[in-house]
Design a protein around this ligand. Structure first.
Ligand code: NAP
Length: 293
């Protein structure tokens, strides 16, 4: 199988490049093809001739999207559709990465794949719009929604919390947004399985279980034995440009249809911390804020 990954330099993309063995892989960054330019997409696909395209490229700065609406739509929606158009022309399958932020969080039980989209922020709207148009253009595509990614290859919530906790006696973290943290290594393995299983339609894939950002931070700090106090706060006290859903847990039913069960997020966190530790012994890392998009 020939696979082309757009967004191979991102948090998820790097995990995909590491985990995906036994297939013929081409990993692309924006220098190879800016997905806002259909000609660049077409040129690169002529060279890589994929059976599957994994579209992990996106403008993922959720707060930045509020300030740069056109850029968010250009990359996350129009860019995604250009990739879908090119996939159609060369008869390649497509797996498109989407997000829990297509939902408004008004539910208090896990979101099913057919629950109505109602995004609260520009990032979520750009992805929701892409989903709708993409499923019309290429009904065979797989739309994979995930959430709260963390991994060793870039900025993410656990990394930020560990750096803050190392320098402060106490940190305040919001306790009124619930979701499912997802380890990029686990998600990468799931994506590989889905492509090999010829997945179609909307699929939800996250690590099992759910928590608030506060509970996630408390688990991170406790796991490494830091004495920093983690205090719960609310979104009202921690205002950010983009509104986030209060609840965005995704149901695992669509994944179970493919016989896939992802590990619990606490187990994923332990493996992440071990991996982070071994990486940090090999190379210096830089302080960066966490992301959720
Ligand atoms: N992070 C999360 O918590 C989260 C949650 C739900 C869903 N997702 C989705 O999962 C996917 C992967 O997210 P991530 O966190 O791994 O992303 P990321 O770390 O922010 O990486 C983004 C990737 O997209 C590429 N890219 C950005 N603009 C591009 C453009 N105009 N043309 C071509 N490539 C472009 C970047 O390439 P360069 O390095 O060359 O700039 C980079 O490889 C995304 O679709 C995201 O929306 C993420």
């Amino acid at each position: 199988m020939r696979v082309t990954i757009f967004g191979a330099t991102g948090l998820l993309g790097k995990a995909l490049m590491r985990e995906w063995i036994d297939d013929d892989l081409s990993g692309l960054e924006s220098k190879d093809a800016d997905i806002r330019d259909p000609q660049q997409i077409s040129n690169v696909l002529k060279r890589t001739r994929p059976d599957w395209i994994v579209l992990a490229a996106a403008y993922t700065d959720v707060d930045g999207c509020e300030r740069n609406r056109e850029l968010a739509l250009d990359v996350n929606c129009r860019g995604a559709l250009s990739v879908a158009q090119a996939a159609k022309q060369i008869a390649s399958r497509l797996l498109f990465l989407s997000t829990d932020y297509v939902f408004d969080g008004a539910k208090n039980s896990p979101y099913e794949t057919n629950d109505p989209r109602a995004p609260l922020n520009v990032y979520g709207r750009s992805k929701a719009e892409a989903e709708v148009q993409l499923s019309q253009l290429l009904p065979e595509s797989c739309i994979l929604r995930t959430s709260w990614l963390f991994g060793i290859d870039g900025r993410c919530f656990p990394d930020t919390i560990l750096k803050l906790a190392a320098n402060r006696p106490a940190i305040d973290v919001v306790n009124d947004q619930l979701g499912s943290p997802t380890y990029t290594a686990d998600l990468a393995r799931t994506i590989i399985q889905l492509c090999r299983s010829d997945a179609k339609g909307i699929v939800h894939a996250t690590n099992r279980g759910s928590c608030s950002w506060f509970e996630f931070a408390r688990e991170i700090v406790g796991a490494v034995g830091l004495t920093t106090t983690v205090r719960p706060t609310t979104s009202e006290h921690f205002v950010r440009p983009a509104q986030r859903p209060k609840y965005s847990v995704l149901s695992s039913k669509s994944l179970e249809k493919y016989g896939i069960e992802m590990p619990e997020w606490q187990d994923a966190l332990k493996r992440y911390l071990l991996e982070r530790n071994s990486v940090s012994q090999r190379e210096p890392r830089h302080a960066l804020p966490g992301t959720d998009g």
